[in-house]
Design a protein around this ligand. Structure first.
Ligand SMILES: C[S@@+](CC[C@H](N)C(=O)[O-])C[C@H]1O[C@@H](n2cnc3c(N)ncnc32)[C@H](O)[C@@H]1O
Length: 176
């Protein structure tokens, strides 16, 4: 028997996305509203969490949210990605239907308030339970130009880049 790990939410997200169809596919590809307004969300900490726990987050441009896909039920070993192509192993996708329903999003931190964070660039449904937060630290977390397996292959076939922002050219072999 494998051990179970119990996680309790430290915060709940209040986002404008009520239904799965409303939410963006990734936090980095969030469009504005039809009126051009920027979409903001509020992450409200549970009352039991001491404010000292989220002190010092101000100044970080982005944070990682580790959360539960609380509206997902069940999972399959292979899933059909929304970008097309054949089914892929679930662990090689960002599908919300996973063996453990855990999600990971790097979102923009707009403000730290008493009991809450104001965020932009969320791809999470309203009411999503957040299990942990970590600061996004570019030197540790960013690997611009890293290979992206089957996603690179589809991008090459369709002549597009999934990754937002400028793609840095890969260093030639032997240059670090
Ligand atoms: C493709 S997943 C990516 C989420 C995260 N960035 C990741 O990689 O783990 C994003 C989609 O998950 C769905 N979703 C978001 N929050 C959810 C929740 N709490 N429960 C179930 N599905 C959710 C929405 O349909 C959204 O478009």
């Amino acid at each position: 028997m494998h051990p179970e790990f119990v996680c309790r939410p430290i915060a709940y997200l209040r986002s404008p996305y009520a239904q799965r169809i409303d939410a963006p596919h990734q936090s980095t590809v969030v469009a504005g509203t039809e009126s051009g307004a920027v979409v903001e969300a509020r992450l409200e900490f549970v009352a039991e969490l001491p404010p000292q726990a989220y002190a010092d987050l101000a100044g970080f441009e982005r944070i990682w949210l580790i959360f539960a896909f609380h509206r997902s039920q069940g999972w399959n070993a292979q899933v059909k990605p929304p970008r097309g192509g054949p089914k892929r192993g679930v662990l090689a996708t960002r599908s919300p239907h996973r063996p453990n329903p855990l999600g990971l999003s790097a979102v923009e931190l707009v403000a730290v308030e008493d009991g809450a964070l104001v965020l932009r660039g969320v791809d999470l449904l309203d009411g999503t339970p957040v299990l942990d937060i970590k600061p996004y630290v570019p030197y540790a977390d960013a690997f611009v130009g890293a290979r992206a397996g089957w996603i690179d292959q589809i991008d090459a076939a369709q002549g597009r880049h999934s990754a937002p922002g400028p793609k840095r050219p890969r260093r030639p072999p032997g240059q670090g």
